[in-house]
Design a protein around this ligand. Structure first.
Ligand SMILES: [Fe+2]
Ligand SMILES: [Fe+2]
Length: 461
């Protein structure tokens, strides 16, 4: 993988040199004077390991019930504020805090030590004991009721908070690890839910609160530019249709098992590519709100078109491995945040880090895959390299307009790189471009060390 990584690094440095540096004066909006937002404390990084045990039986829970693995909330309860994570030692490579008293953004702060894919870090974690300590539309979910990101009690988004909110159905508690992080939320169960607990789902799937219903979901988070709405990943559900996929000619020697695994993998990839169309649409609105130069807007439109093409390619691959399939409707209606700090954070996490790693991973997958798929993945890798260049150029422009944001950019890179997720646990099928977990993780680490860190030093200074 050394060559694709070296190529990506050279391409992105070249794009920075010609993309923004030579047009600095023209790019600066003449009338927009926006003071940088104050640097807000960073949210706690998700710990990689947790000492959490399975939810105890109903008899030990107060305010909750656990019916064969389906956790429901009956009403408010007093939760423990304890966070079962090790204290920060002080020798971690990324330091966001050094002691508990540094963690003051919410009640019950703890400065905890963790290990991300890229190294060790210290970060603030917060728990809660009652609903009143949480924000609007949130409740305090007790750490002994369900698995939470840090193992302790957490504030969670809640469409219901007690049994009486849901008529004759329970108020369900969902804990979903999408491959990048864990999210807890509450939602009324419905009589037509696809599942009540993971026992009713497939291997490696979880039963989680989706849009309106509880549904089975696997790990959907792969590195790239996902569509996030109010912090949540949005991806279209697969639906039977023949108007999205592009025909792919296949080697008929694939086994039934390879076809099944390949289809599941490319259905997930296709939904994320499809979501990227919306992600670039949101980025367009953010660039407009910030008064961005024309070349960044033009590149963003081109990138959105690329993502339509990627989704067609990937739905085509999934269709060729089974029946015709395409995306169902996906809702992305919440207005995107347009404050410079929020735009910068998403740009770094999803664009500079996500798209750079996505470009290298697609190139690696292309080098192993069968010819028709390998060709499609090569095309995706080339496009993703341009998308990464767009992200770095956009960041470069933002930091020239708002130089006061540099410390925040630096902190966001530290957090994003500490939290680069391990590769998804999928059974490898190299000739379908599905690589072993260890190989993908090694590629991510090399790309971080040889591409993302040097570029971040160059752009942030
Ligand atoms: Fe893409
Ligand atoms: Fe992309």
């Amino acid at each position: 993988m050394k060559r694709p990584i070296a190529e990506l690094r050279a391409t992105l440095f070249a794009a920075l040199a010609v993309g923004c540096g030579t047009t600095a004066k023209d790019d600066t909006p003449p009338t927009v004077v926006v003071e940088p937002e104050p640097v807000v404390p960073l949210p706690a990084p998700a710990p990689v390991t947790t000492s959490k045990k399975p939810a105890p039986p109903t008899s030990k829970l107060v305010g909750y019930q656990n019916v064969d693995g389906a956790v429901n909330r009956l009403g408010p309860a007093t939760c423990s504020a304890e966070i079962p994570q090790p204290q920060c030692r002080g020798d971690e490579s990324h330091q966001r805090c050094s002691k508990d008293s540094d963690c003051t953004e919410h009640p019950h702060g703890r400065c905890a030590s963790g290990v991300g894919q890229i190294g060790t870090y210290c970060g603030c974690l917060y728990s809660c004991t009652k609903d009143a300590e949480c924000g609007e539309g949130e409740v305090c979910v007790c750490g002994d009721a369900i698995t939470t990101p840090h193992g302790g009690s957490v504030c969670a988004k809640a469409a219901c908070s007690r049994a009486a909110d849901c008529g004759d159905q329970p108020c369900g508690v969902s804990s979903y690890h999408n491959g990048c992080g864990r999210q807890v939320k509450l939602q009324c169960r419905q009589s037509d839910d696809a599942c009540k607990s993971a026992a009713e789902c497939g291997e490696r799937e979880q039963c989680v609160a989706a849009e309106g219903n509880f549904a089975c979901r696997g790990r959907t988070c792969v590195v790239g530019r996902p569509l996030r709405v109010e912090g949540e990943l949005r991806a279209a559900p697969p639906t039977s249709r023949a108007d999205w996929g592009r025909p792919v000619a296949w080697d008929t020697s694939l086994t039934d098992d390879e076809r099944r695994r390949g289809r599941a993998h490319y259905l997930m990839v296709a939904a994320l590519e499809h979501g990227s169309v919306g992600s670039f649409a949101r980025f367009t609105l953010q660039l407009l709100a910030l008064g961005a130069p024309a070349h960044l807007l033009a590149e963003t439109q081109r990138a959105a078109l690329d993502e339509v093409h990627h989704a067609q390619l990937m739905y085509g691959v999934a269709s060729a491995l089974g029946a015709d399939v395409g995306p169902g409707p996906v809702r992305a209606t919440a207005p995107p945040p347009t404050e410079p700090t929020a735009v910068l954070e998403a740009l770094i996490e999803e664009g500079c880090v996500g798209e750079s790693l996505g470009a290298v991973e697609a190139a690696a997958a292309a080098s192993h895959a069968l010819p028709p798929l390998g060709q499609a993945l090569r095309e995706v890798a080339d496009d993703e390299t341009r998308h990464a260049a767009l992200a770095w150029n956009s960041l470069d422009w933002m930091l020239r307009v708002w130089p006061g944001l540099k410390p925040h950019a630096e902190a966001t890179f530290a957090r994003a790189l500490a939290a680069v997720p391990p590769a998804p646990t999928t059974e490898p099928v190299p000739r379908l471009g599905i690589l072993p977990e260890a190989e993908l993780s090694a590629i991510r680490q090399q790309a971080v060390e040889h591409v993302v860190r040097p570029l971040a030093r160059h752009v942030v200074g």
